[in-house]
Design a protein. Structure first.
Length: 370
């Protein structure tokens, strides 16, 4: 019987709660269920993963305590390389392009396939110019790059001297398609979910909501999330005299109830890496109004009839929310199409893409059969 490949996921810290950690855990679990031998190497901690892992998955850490890592760069590279030599994996999946700064030098001279799995929009560096350097290194020296959207794939091709093979694999939806749930025609709730930061554009949404609520006073807006802009957004809501129709609720891991209550979902982001909340809303059939920002919404919503609004256009965002509010038949038609589209983001289909990528390798590890 042919033994399955051994895969190392190289991550920062799976003890953390976040989108990258959730998706990494989901894909690692799925591959383990497919028979792959999985080892997760954390730079720091990782001994108490926030998301449950398959019992067959091994976990190791380069450092046991949290703290700043960049001054430890030589030690990270040395310890990672030593573990790779000891563990003899077939494939290394570098989770997040910044970590290519460690994984590329750690694998010099080793016959191992290095896949860089990007989770951000190529144009976004989150204020760290070194991230742009890391992407150029990954494009030149990794064997494969995985992006979340075709749009981002093109940005990589245009923005780097890419030698790696670039593949697009979307993130999987954490929820099954809710076949038995249909948004109520009587719902008067517009829902928005995300971290309360500049990126998510909730300030733009509040300004659009000022226009919406003057025309349709019976509706309310719920913003679910936590973050550094919380006080600013609450003050803006008060300044715009929206407090009676806007509610803020903290981030929670179980958001089912919010999606089930919503009549409309709104994505007001200035930019995205993938926009997972859009996929989640589709799984519940909640009609979506979204800015057509880079990168994600236009690809995710293809063929659904959902509204794509020019980026940061407050007037058009308000107009499209009003259009949905006033046309329950349109909302019902979009809901059905969104559920069909959401099937493409279910974990089994996404795993099939990962398996095809992992089995595509022509590079044979020098450790095999030893």
């Amino acid at each position: 019987m042919k033994s399955m490949k051994k895969i190392i996921f190289f991550v920062d810290n799976l003890n953390q709660f976040g989108g990258i950690e959730r998706v990494t855990s989901s894909i690692a679990n799925g591959l383990a269920n497919h028979g792959y031998r999985i080892l997760i190497i954390n730079i720091r901690c990782g001994n108490k993963p926030f998301f449950k892992l398959n019992s067959s998955i091994q976990i190791k850490s380069l450092f046991q305590k949290p703290g700043r890592i960049w001054y430890k760069t030589p030690f990270i590279i040395f310890r990672l390389r030593r573990l790779i030599i000891e563990e003899k994996p077939d494939i290394l999946i570098t989770v997040e392009s910044m970590l290519a700064l460690f994984s590329v030098p750690a694998t010099i001279g080793l016959s191992i396939r290095n896949i860089c799995w990007e989770h951000l929009n190529f144009k976004v560096d989150l204020g760290r110019r070194v991230r742009r350097i890391a992407r150029k290194i990954a494009a030149r020296y990794c064997d494969d790059i995985v992006t979340l959207t075709e749009q981002d794939k093109l940005l990589w091709i245009r923005g780097t001297n890419v030698k790696a093979q670039i593949h697009t694999i979307s993130d999987p939806c954490p929820f099954p398609v809710q076949i038995n749930h249909t948004p109520s025609e009587n719902s008067r709730l517009v829902l928005a979910i995300g971290r309360l930061t500049y990126q998510k554009g909730f300030d733009l949404l509040l300004k659009a909501w000022e226009k919406v609520i003057k025309a349709e006073p019976g509706w309310r807006l719920r913003i679910v999330g936590s973050g550094p802009d919380e006080q600013y957004l609450k003050q803006l809501s008060s300044d715009l005299e929206l407090s009676k129709t806007v509610e803020f609720q903290p981030a929670i891991s179980d958001v089912h109830s919010h999606y089930r209550e919503a009549g409309i979902f709104c994505l007001s982001s200035r930019f995205e890496g993938f926009a997972m909340v859009v996929v989640e809303a589709m799984a519940f059939g909640v009609p979506i109004v979204s800015f057509d920002c880079e990168a994600g919404p236009s690809e995710i919503l293809a063929g659904t009839g959902a509204a794509l609004v020019p980026p940061e256009n407050i007037e058009e965002l308000a107009n499209n929310i009003l259009r949905f509010i006033r046309d329950p038949f349109l909302r019902a038609a979009i809901s059905k199409k969104e559920k069909i589209r959401a099937e493409e983001f279910q974990i089994d289909k996404i795993l099939n893409h990962w398996v095809a990528l992992l089995e595509r390798s022509n590079k044979i590890s020098k450790y095999q059969n030893k």
